[in-house]
Ligand binder design. Sequence first.
Ligand SMILES: *[C@@H]1O[C@H](CO)[C@@H](O)[C@H](O)[C@H]1NC(C)=O
Ligand SMILES: *[C@@H]1O[C@H](CO)[C@@H](O)[C@H](O)[C@H]1NC(C)=O
Length: 197
Amino acid sequence: MKRLLIILLLLTLLSHISTIIADETSENHTKLLIRKRHIKLNFFWHNRFSQPNPTAVVVAQSPTSNDSPTGFGTVNVFDDPLTIGSNESSPLIGWSQGTYIMTDQNKYAALMAMTLIFVQGEFKGSTLAVLGRNELLSKVRELPIVGGTGLLRSASGYCMLNTFDKENANHYAVVQYQCDVFYKRYLESTTDFPFTN
Ligand SMILES: *[C@@H]1O[C@H](CO)[C@@H](O)[C@H](O)[C@H]1NC(C)=O
Ligand SMILES: *[C@@H]1O[C@H](CO)[C@@H](O)[C@H](O)[C@H]1NC(C)=O
């Protein structure tokens, strides 16, 4: 069973890898070898406000936020587990740490800024930075990937978010993330920029 889960994890993390080797000519005409990669990362995000052990908390709001139908001005901070499957007890692949701020006066929408931190698989120790607008009640939302670290350095791409399950009584939501990640593995630096005065 454990072996199966590990294989499943690897398949989830490594599905649809395509590698292209491209030559690019730098300013000083040195050949630079770049590996361009496109990967799909699929996982589930668990956000829980209820006690005990909430993974998300409200840290600030405007005096008018409670009267706003969209919670305008509310600031939430979260440290949420990411799992392979939709069940919270499914194997953990990482954490999502960040904030979402209710920024829309007319729709239930937030500015979301977070780091996805992978703790399993090929991308263990690497992170992705995700930033964008999240219209929480829409069926599918798209958030841009604006960067990354480690193996995912300079990543770009996008994540499609789909609310999988919601328990309003427990203030618990499960969101499916399907991310297309593009990154390059630079094998050689082209130019040094010495700072002299
Ligand atoms: C999640 O997994 C646990 C343990 O395997 C199980 O008891 C529970 O019913 C599952 N929850 C759902 C919603 O499937
Ligand atoms: C061009 O870049 C390469 C790689 O960094 C470096 O080794 C080389 O000295 C550079 N050549 C010139 C003329 O700047």
